[in-house]
Design a protein around this ligand. Structure first.
Ligand code: NAI
Length: 239
């Protein structure tokens, strides 16, 4: 029996990257998977197939996590399709970097909407909520004011949910990844990547699977007395 056998998980923004690795790891531990992404194209369909090959129920839903109506609709659809939901991973996220002095309102709004406003709210009797934050949400980062603020918000949100819903058996935690090798970081310049590398004691960028392992711990009963925490998955980085 897997760590998550019999449970159902929603992972947002999981057609690729960290979300996909989490969905695959959860499925390998026996969870049924409902995942969302902006579109479920060939890439999303391949993700669906990879998860299905692990022998669990899976469905990918096209849904914009930043849109409240879309989110309400997809949550209801997932409940109809899967029944109750035990694990929610608010993973969808974007960057639109720039110095605060030069940042447009549109750049600010887009990042706050996708990264923070997107965090799903659901009525459940028990369960584990995992918000994908970032080390820059803990420490800040020049050139990423909008992103840092959104990720700090995800931490505050997890801590507050942990206090509001703990009595109902709902746990909420945040993961703060450091430099993880995905499409999101691939677009950074070699110079920026080299700067990050210097700050990492373990001397490598993280993999999506490094983050997925911690998400699996937080989703499972292995962490049944852990709530309101932020776990940094960053190779020991001291920003
Ligand atoms: P990625 O860009 O590779 O994947 C993000 C996924 O989210 C994509 O499939 C994208 O289509 C989807 N997405 C974007 N906007 C969406 C929306 N409005 N609704 C639904 N889906 C949407 O990014 P990656 O690296 O996998 O990041 C996943 C999460 O981890 C993000 O929240 C990111 O901020 C966070 N993170 C990533 C780090 C890294 O170094 N890669 C470091 C710290 C945090």
């Amino acid at each position: 029996m897997g760590l998550l056998t019999g449970k159902t998980a929603i992972v947002t923004g999981a057609a690729r990257g960290i979300g996909k690795a989490i969905a695959l790891k959860f499925a390998a531990e026996g969870a049924n998977i409902a995942f969302t992404d902006l579109v479920i194209d060939e890439n999303g369909q391949n993700t669906e197939k990879e998860i299905a090959a692990l022998g669990v129920k899976v469905k990918g839903y096209a849904s914009n996590a930043a849109n409240f109506e879309d989110t309400e609709k997809v949550v209801n659809q997932i409940k109809d399709d899967f029944g109750s939901v035990d694990i929610l991973v608010n993973n969808a996220g974007i960057t639109k970097d720039g110095l605060m002095m030069r940042m447009s309102e549109a750049q600010w709004d887009a990042v706050i909407a996708v990264n923070l406003k997107s965090a799903f709210m659901m009525r459940q009797k028990s369960g584990s909520i995992i918000n994908m934050a970032s080390v820059v949400g803990v420490h800040g980062n020049a050139g990423q004011c909008n992103y840092s603020a959104s990720k700090a918000g995800m931490i505050g949100l997890a801590k507050s949910i942990a206090q509001e819903l703990g009595s109902r058996g709902i746990r909420a935690n945040a993961i703060a990844p450091g430099f993880i090798i995905t499409d999101m970081t691939a677009k950074l310049s070699d110079e920026v990547k080299a700067e990050w590398a210097k700050k990492i004691p373990l001397r490598r960028g993280g993999t999506p699977e490094d983050v997925a392992d911690v998400a699996t711990f937080l989703a499972s009963d292995m962490s049944s007395y852990v709530s309101g925490q932020v776990i940094q998955v960053d190779g020991g980085m001291n920003m």
